[in-house]
Design a protein around this ligand. Sequence first.
Ligand code: ZN
Length: 105
Amino acid sequence: MRLSSHGLGLCVTCRQPVRWSITAAGKRQALNPDPDERGNTVAFCDGLGVWRSRRPTTELPQAAHERLFMPHAATCPNQRAVPEHRLPAGVVSLAARRRAKRARR
Ligand SMILES: [Zn+2]
């Protein structure tokens, strides 16, 4: 299935295609362009052609009109080039998580 081309752009660090969305907090978040069932973010294209993304919760699980996406930051090969403090709220830096895991050993 082909999704709307709304919001498609390029990652500023790796130049891979991304789908820009606006989070519930009003921040821009790059998603990988195609839905991914391993993703942790749901998004839908609103009536104005804007992709709205959020993290599903127990209270508000994925709705029928939402698709599951992988945040681009989770797979970006140049992720280290993006300062972690610039990651959108709710996106956990995998690099930071790996570092935390190592530190606990
Ligand atoms: Zn990238």
